[in-house]
Write a new protein. Structure first.
Lengths: 115, 115
């Protein structure tokens, strides 16, 4: 079982909200991890969006709109990137990441289509 | 402004070696952990290695341990990745990135491995 699992694709309408999940492998304690989120558009390097560990320990990258936010769902053992007020420019692949046992682990990425 | 510029990529035969470099500017290089990450065409992001500011801590992905070596020179603000015994599966765009959260990325350098 992969350390981080992301759905491969998601689609949503302009103006709607999209919730992108990043599920930790069973047995890993969600509360112990900072979850990092990145956006990548075709032909460009990844762009750091935010870090979320808790409501009191989180960081928004400079210039990232507040309609991008992070959260956790303990019942699902998952981190979530919520994008509200979707715009066509939000169409991209989104990756989650954690540091685990002195190594960096990425999820497989979710391709978000804004239809 | 923070800038990271990778160089050194190219075509190499399987079993060969290549040395990548990353020139950093616009920040206090010596105080930041730096990393190499890669992305094969159409694939997800993959972490390769990280090195702390003083080079005291170095971490590698299992897939490259024993073949790749990360290093840095804080006098000329540069990060390097020596890649030996290259395999087909090492072919990718290689990025350098700043800090634990990879808040800044270079545009990458392409490594192609031929058989």
């Amino acid at each position: 079982q992969a350390v981080l699992t992301q759905p491969s694709s998601l689609s949503a309408l302009p103006g709607a909200s999209a919730s992108l999940t990043c599920t930790l492998r069973s047995g890993l304690n969600l509360g112990m991890y900072k979850i990092y989120w990145y956006q990548q558009k075709p032909g460009s390097p990844p762009h750091y969006l935010l870090t979320y560990k808790s409501d009191s320990e989180n960081h928004q990258a400079s210039g990232v709109p507040s309609r991008f936010s992070g959260s956790k769902d303990a019942s699902a053992n998952a981190g979530t990137l919520l994008i509200s007020g979707l715009q066509s420019e939000d169409e991209a692949v989104y990756y989650c990441m954690i540091w685990h046992n002195s190594a960096v682990v990425f999820g497989g990425g979710t391709k978000l289509a804004v239809l | 402004d923070v800038q990271l510029v990778e160089s050194g990529g190219g075509l190499v035969k399987s079993g060969g070696s290549l040395r990548l470099s990353c020139a950093a500017s616009g920040f206090s290089f010596r105080t930041f952990t730096m990393s190499w990450l890669r992305q094969a065409p159409g694939k997800a992001l993959e972490w390769v290695a990280s090195i702390s500011g003083s080079s005291s801590y170095i971490y590698y992905a299992d897939s490259v341990k024993g073949r790749f070596a990360i290093s840095r020179d804080n006098t000329d603000n540069s990060l390097s990745l020596q890649m030996n015994s290259l395999r087909a599966e090492d072919a990718a765009v290689y990025y350098c990135a700043r800090d634990y959260n990879h808040d800044y990325w270079g545009h990458g350098t392409l490594v192609t491995v031929s058989s």
